[in-house]
Design a protein around this ligand. Structure first.
Ligand code: PLP
Length: 456
């Protein structure tokens, strides 16, 4: 039996920990992000064997490489089988250029892939230790529903989500409030910042320690590992049994969690020739790669691909670490990464809103493929890459661009551009008829605390 993989902090000032500790802690005590000290590999033969497998089986084979020392094979199998009970469509746009739709999960966003597996892993360890905890989070719309859905029905976890009464759409609200069971949704008569302030205060309130409050933030290593899987899945589905081939992915990026999953897939042995990193107008990374100068964008720019409005991607420290550098949580680089190698592996491009809209129109008109703003940034990135380097490839070259949300999540924008209303996916249908469970609370810490105490 091999040694379990240890996880180090990107700030290099915290002890190395096991997967279980990294998962339950989230952030390292030195405020760095956990990274695997060694990255397991898959041979070409193992990758070939993934061809034709359903998604959850690919998830089992790939994540087992990291987790086989951490939980029993059967338990891991059951976790992924339960987490991935939806389709992962690969759609040809033209030639060998495809989009992968990561939008068929319960909240119709690719965040379901990470959140559902992380939730189940956390629940697994809590159950073993006969412990419970309360996940507390504030949302301005989408994160709350992804978290609530990911932890829904898990016995050892309660979920409490605060949202600003007047700042979320009815559809966003109903994705959280119609769940019930272990999910408690609290509407606050205030703004998103007020909700966040209440959550922060609760985390530092000693009188609430008995509740074991925890956050489920996006930097958890338990969210990164599941995001390796779909890169393998795409290759295995589209190039069955062909290990002489390679693939180019385009990844619409905000906090860089998605692309870090891809980077780890490459390090594990997936033959990825290049990652196209497509950002919106928050272009701090394309500038870093081009000029070796890093400046956060504060405040971040508001673009129509709203989930990518990130002026300082939290997972960037992980990417820098993979290339031998050190970046702290504030974006300060104390050791430069190997930029030449980075440029060999990555092509980064910033796509503005105008080009994003044009891309939605063009892919629909030319190819009858419907994209939403995030996926359109990815596809536009792919087209920019082809414009520059397309002459190096024949039309058999395999490209996959990631579609990270369902078009029906952005009906206003799609309607403006295409004058049509995207059909709701199964997961979002019927919400209108379901009963909502909402607790209302004043924007007052005492009131909120009383409500929490009375709930548990
Ligand atoms: C979060 C999100 C992204 C960006 O993913 P990162 O991992 O933060 O780079 C892209 N598209 C959608 C729809 C998202 O919700």
């Amino acid at each position: 039996m091999k040694e379990p993989i240890k996880y180090y902090s990107t700030n290099l000032k915290a002890p190395k920990v096991s997967f279980r500790e990294a998962l339950l802690k989230g952030l390292a005590p030195d405020r760095g992000l956990y990274m695997p000290e060694t990255i397991p590999t898959m041979t070409a033969r193992e990758i070939n064997a993934l061809s034709g497998m359903p998604y959850y089986k690919v998830a089992y084979e790939v994540t087992k490489k990291f987790l086989y020392t951490e939980l029993a094979d059967d338990d891991l199998y059951n976790i992924v089988k339960n987490a991935y009970d939806f389709e992962v469509p690969l759609e040809k746009v033209h030639d060998e250029k495809h989009i992968m739709r990561l939008d068929q999960g319960p909240t119709a966003s690719f965040k379901d892939f990470a959140a559902r597996m992380m939730g189940r892993l956390i629940n697994y360890y809590l159950k073993q230790e006969n412990r419970r905890l309360v996940i507390l989070t504030a949302t301005s719309g989408d994160t709350g529903s992804a978290i609530a859905n990911a932890f829904y029905g898990l016995n050892n976890i309660k979920v409490v989500v605060l949202y600003p009464e007047k700042e979320v759409t009815a559809r966003q609200r109903k994705q959280m409030t119609t769940l019930g069971k272990n999910v408690q949704i609290i509407s606050i008569n205030g703004k998103f910042d007020d909700c966040q302030a209440l959550v922060k205060k609760a985390f530092s309130d000693h009188e609430l320690e008995y509740l074991h409050l925890s956050s489920a933030n996006s930097i958890n290593i338990g969210r990164l590992i599941p995001q390796i899987v779909y890169y393998f899945y795409a290759f295995a589905q589209l190039r069955p049994g062909n290990d002489n081939d390679s693939i180019i992915f385009s990844v619409p990026s905000g906090n860089f969690g998605d692309m870090m999953g891809g980077m780890l897939a490459k390090k594990m042995g997936l033959p990825v020739e290049k990652f196209i990193i497509a950002t919106n107008e928050n272009d701090e990374f394309p500038i870093l790669l081009d000029k070796k100068v890093y400046n956060k964008i504060e405040p971040s720019k508001n673009c129509i691909s709203s989930a990518m409005n990130v002026g300082h991607p939290s997972n960037l420290a992980r990417l820098v670490a993979l290339y031998g550098g050190v970046m702290n949580e504030n974006g300060h680089i104390s050791k430069q990464p190997d930029y030449n190698l980075m440029r060999t592996d990555l092509y980064a491009v910033s796509i503005n809103d105008e080009l994003t809209r044009k891309t939605i129109k063009k892919t629909y008109d030319h190819y009858q493929v419907l994209l939403e703003p995030h996926g359109a940034v990815g596809w536009a990135g792919l087209e920019c890459f082809l414009e520059k380097y397309g002459q190096n490839y024949n039309n058999k070259k395999l490209f996959v661009s990631l579609e990270t949300a369902h078009p029906a999540k952005f009906p206003e924008e799609i309607h403006k551009i295409l004058n049509l209303d995207p059909e709701l996916p199964q997961s979002l249908k019927g919400l209108d008829k379901k009963q909502e469970f909402i607790d209302s609370c004043n924007n007052s810490y005492q009131d909120f605390k009383d409500l929490l105490k009375n709930s548990f």
